[in-house]
Every structure is written in structure tokens, then in C-alpha cells.
Design a protein around this ligand. Sequence first.
Ligand code: 1HN
Length: 396
Amino acid sequence: MASSLLPSAATLSKSKSKSNGTSAIHTAPSPPSTISDHDHDHNNDAYDALVSSLPSTATAPLWEQMAAMNPRAPNPSSVPHVWRYAAVRPQLLEAGRVVPEEKAERRVLMFVNPGSKWPPHTTDTLYAGLQLVNPGEVAAAHRHVAVATRFVIETPDAPSPSLEIGAAEGEGKDDAEPQTAFTAIQRRRIPMARHDLIVTPRWTWHDHGNRGASPVIWLDGLDIPVFHRVPVHFVEHFALPRYPAKEARREECGWVVPWARMQAWLDEEAKGGSDGNETRDYVERRYTKPSGAEITATLGALAARLAAGAASPPKRETGSAVWHVVAGRGQTVMDGETLRWEEGDTIAVPAWREWRHVADAGATAYLFRFDDLPMLRALGWYRVEGEDVEALADEE
Ligand code: 1HN
């Protein structure tokens, strides 16, 4: 442990006490208030005087807080949790009834991790919530520093045949005004199809709407909790509810990845890919921009396929993730804690919890996740258990 190499409160107060023959050994750094009265000799009085004088210069003794500042393992406040769609959906629909459009810039039920402190978070770095837009509503245009991912759960209508899994892309009708829900990003109005991933990059104007006959519901993912410690996030509101935009086709927009495309890739890979004939129980693929880069500088995403009855390899990583069940049923085991899930559910996997998904027998499971890997990698903080730390140091 790094702090054991440094003088601790114990050695400091011991060496001070030695000079007048008493010993005041504290085995762990402790705040001054826990020093017992009988330890209060002259030197400890001097120690107390020093420590109590420090606030006057806006300083504090590091040695008393060093162990807490240097935990022996990543130390997230969030805990494993599942939000059940069947339980949250009726509440969200009720919010759609009792919270009018003008009362909520965004009508969202946030997924608040039970271990969360202010600000509300889903994992320590990630925010997730379910957003609802009723037919005819406008979620007004704004833009901001934070990025967002939208994973579409329910849409009023299938916008085009290319939504159907297995259909070739680009088969959709080129409707001028499709009767669908949409999100408009930076002058493009993009129809939302079930299980699409849509990325809202930083500082892009965006508003949401719904031209269908029933509500649209999607899972929002944002990097908002990070700004609690780096408070550089802010928003600008557009003067009008909608930022001017033209109809766009999903297939030609780099901010949308249709589920059909991801599932086709996952199914192909599970069969052994183009070269092999060895089937794979667990395959995953990261979402990327057309350039091959991660979708944003902070948030990334992936899709995974787990064969019926199979388990993913256990993994412990410094990244945290929010998983969403696209299809199937099963459970996630996190350091021995087992959480069951089914289609529509959302699961928080905190940093450094070993996680493993297990699909129930009988149905293939498909999962979506967004995570903080691009941010952690960029900062040099991403690590997977079992990795050679010496090699990481040698990279520097
Ligand atoms: C936001 O801008 C949206 O634009 C959704 O749909 C959720 C949560 C926190 C901060 C900004 C949106 C948000 C958000």
C-alpha cells in the first residue's frame, strides 16, 4: 500500500511523543477529534494547536486523510441494480398523463442507483433514464456540452420496412413526413425505429417529437455525473421550440445505428464469422462512427449476443456500464450477487465489479450497453483485471 511507505500520523505523533518519554501511537491515521484525552501531552497540545490553526490558512493535514484518498481498489458508490421495465413503464406513462409538456423540458424518469449520492447517477460516471414523448409533443431544442445516447425501446410505428430484422438497409420508403417519433439533431430530423442507437454529439442542437399515434419511449444515456467534479457542462436553449431541420433517412445518417445491422453482425459472428465454423456462445461488438472511432469522446456503446443457456466470460474492469436487455431472459452475476432480467430491463454494473451474464435456456439473449470506456481510455484509467500493470507502466 502506497501510504505505508510514507510517514503516517502514527509515526509522526510517535516521534513527537518520544522526546518527552511518552508514546502516543495511533495505528491508523485518525482525525484529531479521536485523539484521546490522556494522549494530550505538550506535544499533542502543540499538534492540536497546529491542526486547529490550519483552517485559518485554508490548509489541511494530508496525512490524516491519505488512506481514504488512496483506496486499495476502485471504490465506486454505485451498486449493482436492475430497473424493471414492467414496473417503471406504467409510472412513465402516468408521468405522460400528469406532467404536461410545458412543465418538463424533458419528461424522464431517472434511473437513480441505490448507492447514489448527489447528483443522481446510475453508475458513478453514467446517467440513464427513460424518456417519453407523447403524440404531438415537442421536447424543445437545446444543445450542451454533455453527449447523449438514445436506445429506442418503443416507437409508435415502424418507420420503414428496413426496421425489420434481416431486411436489407435502404429498403424504406422515402416518406416526406413519416408518421413516427423522431429526434432532430443539427438540422436532420431522424425517425426513431425500435432498438436503434442514436447519438447526440456535444453541442449539437437537438429536439424530440412524435408524429405517431402512441408514445415513444427510449433509454437516455449521458455522461452527466462526470460534470459534478468537472463542472464545465452547460446548456443553450434555442429561441424556438424546434431547431430548423429536414427529414433524414436513418440509413444515411452517421448518428444512427439500426439494430438490424448490429444483430446481423452478432449472429454472423456467433456462427463463427466468415472464416471459421466454430460457433461462439458470447459475442460482442462496439458501436463506432463511420470512421471506426468510438461514438463519443466520453461514452461508448456495445451490443452483445449470448446463446441460450450460455454465460459470458467473467470480467472486472475499471469502466462502468449500463446494460439494457433487447431480447431474452437471464441473470447477471456481479461479485456473487445475482440479478435477474428480462426484455426491457436495465442493469447498472459499477466499476470493478466482476460481471458475468447468463442467458436462460430456451432463448438467445441480446443486450445493449453504454459505458465510459472512451473517457477512461483517453485518460489512461481503463484497466481490466488480469492485465499486466507493468506493461501499462512501460507504455508511459
Ligand atoms: C438532456 O438534454 C436530454 O436532450 C435528456 O433529451 C436527458 C439528462 C440530463 C441533462 C440533460 C435530452 C438529460 C438531458
